[in-house]
Design a protein around this ligand. Structure first.
Ligand code: HAM
Length: 408
């Protein structure tokens, strides 16, 4: 779990505001659900045999005997919220951003507190909605400045297909059970599809020989998937069908996808999504959505050398030459800030030399020196930190110099 501060915090703020702008274009509005939820919210929707629910949730019992968890993902809480709205929740389009928690083994790109930006569209049971969601996610990645990503697509079929797929795969794997890793031998009984995305080379070789999951699915599920692919092609969106993509959460039905970035190493998924049906409180809410891992998005921007420039660099730094004039100095910096000029001043009473050093270190474009002489004349010494030139200006002259820099 990390603190997020300078120098990277302006990048987060920039990514968040451009994401909000893109989501608004598609009619999504923000929802902020609690970070702490009842354990059952995730057990019922993510599935009790998934790694997230079995091993990764931070859980505790509160004083009142309630079983609570820190949310490991955003979808289940959003659906809990929408289910509570009754009819008003149908057709809702919401997005969310915030911290998620998983007690995983930390490694590059995998943290125990990480941040997701996600979106969910409730209702809309149509392949067009799946394709629109993928188009939206691509729009978002491009708005952030990323170009190098790969969309991996697959289908989980419908609930009836799930049983047929599980039985089909299990029957084929049964003869080779002894060759699978220990985890996969356990998965064979608990959740056989998890064998499909095991990273163990021995298991991968066995999985590579299996027929695609779609071969066990109904005609209806296959037709749905064909339609999603056709619409994506029509939208000029390049996707790679990955027959082994199963996703680690149980709520998915039909289309699933993952977006990988080649600059990232082992944990290369910058985002993922899919269609699902979640039953909560006696209501089943169908939906389609995705979530992006913000830490990984920043790593991907770094890899593509597209990190935006920090926004907190001051334009002007006022160096206080005469401490007795501090009232006037503070008044001046306030009047500049109210005009939109990023201005800093050192109020700690340090030497002129130390103040000049601080201004240079912060990357100030101009330094204002203000002492008794200038105060008597109503002027300032303005030093251009790029050219080193210094000249005397009055207030209109000062504003004239800095104004062009405000709009750029
Ligand atoms: P997920 O694949 O578990 O899906 O997570 C989505 C993204 O969150 C991942 O692709 C990754 O970028 C990021 N992520 C996950 N775990 C970590 C971690 N430990 N450290 C850093 N980043 C991480 C979901 O959570 C689904 N709720 C997505 C969804 C929304 N499906 C439908 N709607």
């Amino acid at each position: 779990m990390s603190d997020i501060a300078e120098p990277v915090i302006p990048v987060w703020q920039h990514l968040e505001s451009s994401a909000r702008a893109v989501l608004t274009l598609y009619g999504f509005s923000e929802v902020r659900t609690p970070v702490v939820e009842r354990r059952s919210v995730f057990e019922r929707s993510l599935g009790t045999t998934t790694d997230v629910v079995q091993k990764e949730m931070y859980q505790f019992e509160d004083g009142g005997g309630r079983e609570l968890v820190l949310r490991p993902e955003g979808t289940a809480g959003v659906i809990r919220y929408l289910a509570g709205l009754g009819q008003d929740g149908a057709g809702a389009r919401v997005y969310y951003l915030g911290p998620m928690f998983r007690r995983e083994r930390p490694q590059a790109g995998r943290k125990r507190q990480f941040h997701q930006f996600g979106a969910e569209a409730a209702g809309e049971p149509s392949p067009y909605a799946d394709a629109e969601m993928i188009a939206l996610q691509v729009h978002l990645l491009q708005a952030w400045g990323l170009t190098n990503f790969i969309i991996k697509l697959n289908t989980r079929g419908m609930p009836v297909d799930r049983v047929a797929v599980q039985d089909g795969i299990r029957n084929l794997l049964e003869a080779r059970r002894g060759e699978l890793c220990e985890d996969c031998q356990r998965r064979m009984d608990a959740n056989v599809l998890r064998v499909m995305d095991c990273k163990n080379p021995g298991c991968r070789a066995i999985v590579a020989e299996l027929p695609p999951m779609t071969s066990f699915m109904s005609e209806e599920a296959r037709a749905y998937f064909e339609e999603v692919k056709r619409i994506l092609e029509r939208l000029d969106l390049q996707v790679t069908v990955d027959p082994n993509l199963v996703r680690g959460l149980d709520y998915y039905q039909h289309t699933v996808w993952e977006i990988a970035h080649p600059g990232l190493g082992a944990q290369d998924a910058v985002g993922a999504g899919g269609r699902y049906a979640i039953e909560l409180g006696g209501r089943e809410v169908p939906g389609v959505g995705f979530a992006m891992g913000m830490e990984r998005i920043i790593m991907a921007l770094e890899a593509e050398q597209k990190l935006p420039a920090p926004a907190t660099q001051p334009l002007v730094w006022l160096v206080s030459v005469e401490r007795s004039l501090l009232d006037a100095h503070l008044q001046l910096v306030q009047s500049l800030r109210l005009r939109g000029v990023k201005t800093r001043i050192d109020l700690g009473g340090r030497s002129i030399k130390a103040q000049m050093r601080a201004a240079a270190k912060a990357g100030a474009r101009w330094v204002i020196l203000h002492g008794a002489d200038e105060d008597a004349k109503g002027t300032f010494q303005l030093k251009d930190m790029e050219s080193g030139e210094q000249r005397e200006v009055d207030m209109p002259g000062l504003l004239e110099v800095v104004r062009p820099a405000l709009v750029s």
